[in-house]
Design a protein. Sequence first.
Length: 295
Amino acid sequence: MTRRVLVAGASGALGRRVTLAARAAGWAVRALVRDPARLRDAADAVDEVRQGDALRPDTLAGLCDGVDAVFSCVGASVSGELGAGRATYRDVDIPANANLIAEAKRAGVGRFVYTAVWNRDPAVAATAYVSAHDAVVDALRASGLSYSAIRPVGFFSIYDQILAMIAAGKPVPLVGDGSPRTNPVSDDDLGELAVRLLDGGDPEVDAGGPETLTRAEILDRCFGALDRPSKPLKMPAWAMRASAVALWPISPRMADFTRFVAEVYTRDVIAPSVGERGLDDHLAAAAARIKSSRG
């Protein structure tokens, strides 16, 4: 009998990767999305689409009936655009996932996998962006559900925004001196890890990629992928923290994320490798798409 997984947030970059990996592993996929058109390349891997909003429990009624496992990457956007929304991560991530957890419990779902954030440094863990994710993990721990929380140090797809900024001639900040190291992980590797965890695993799984690079080296590779000289805008960490304070009246969500960036980009953020895909291949493919779109 085919097992069924609910992928909540299936239209996002990671959600689409999980959808494709789940189908490849033999799962039937039920996708929860607000806009089905955004499924794009994962649409053919979906057996059933449920249109709804995790912040509205009335749209989730019966969502988990007949489901064996749930994967959630539901949360507020990390887009750097002011129009991405004002509601904070605590205002979105916590209640949205609490509603999904409640629906999973009601339906007797056997397993719940959630994408949280690396939090092994106290200053990083104290940011609103990380603490919102940690609150969801706390809710899972208290729910009685069998669960795993994946804690990636960063996704490759976040660098797509940086490539777009470089292509548009916008300033790309380098926070601090650029020497802190990290090992970002491929969205595809994370998707495959998430699907493996649908069958069980540790309650918390730190996730990094195979290459450990400094922040400056990563930006050099982003500029190089677009054949541009590496000219990031050097910004002291204190200036980034001050920007977060100034942004709060305009966009509390962006203020929260800016403070997170100020902390995470000035510390070593390294986790065990969970995959084999390298950053350069991702950057080359993303840069090719940008070049193609610009003719």
